[in-house]
Write a protein that binds this ligand. Structure first.
Ligand code: FES
Ligand code: FES
Length: 155
């Protein structure tokens, strides 16, 4: 299988990966870097479980062709706690407000919310709901998630 070499920034560190050219960003993160926080739910861009941030925007990494990551900056759920291991305010708010049940959607939800809060520190509830419109959760009913994002914004 034809391989491609890509260099990009992953959670602040410069990295290079040599992987099959047909791989997605999600597969590269999980199988090459062993960053398994981003999940594969649908695999076709519908559920948001695979969401990571690329150059400031939330993207579905399951449909992001790996050759297109060259030179870009990727942030995953593994990269948002601080250097001492203290949880990001979004992670803490999800835990404190029962925004996590099975957890399968959680890293994607948090990355979509982080992409919003990085640009908009004081979002309305509608803006929060829009930011996670592409993230499906089978467990929580969304209320605690929306509240958790609002709590994190206040911090
Ligand atoms: S796994 Fe990527 S959107 Fe569902
Ligand atoms: S917590 Fe289970 S899918 Fe969201």
């Amino acid at each position: 299988m034809k391989k491609v070499s890509v260099s990009f920034t992953l959670n602040g560190d410069p990295v290079t990966a040599e992987v099959p050219a047909a791989w997605t960003l999600l597969r590269t993160l999980r199988e090459n870097f062993e960053f398994t926080g981003a999940k594969e739910g649908c695999g076709v861009g519908e559920c948001g479980a695979c969401t990571v941030i690329v150059d400031g925007d939330a993207v579905n990494s399951c449909i992001f062709p790996i050759p297109e990551i060259e030179g870009k900056s990727v942030v995953t759920i593994e990269g948002i706690a601080d250097k001492d291991g203290n949880l990001h305010p979004l992670q803490k708010a999800f835990l404190d407000n029962n925004g996590v049940q099975c957890g399968f959607c959680t890293s994607g939800m948090i990355m979509s919310a982080k992409a919003l809060l990085d640009k908009n520190h004081n979002p309305t509830e509608d803006e929060i709901r829009t930011s996670i419109a592409g993230n499906l959760c089978r467990c929580t009913g969304y209320v605690q998630i929306v509240e958790a994002i609002g709590m994190a914004a206040k911090k």
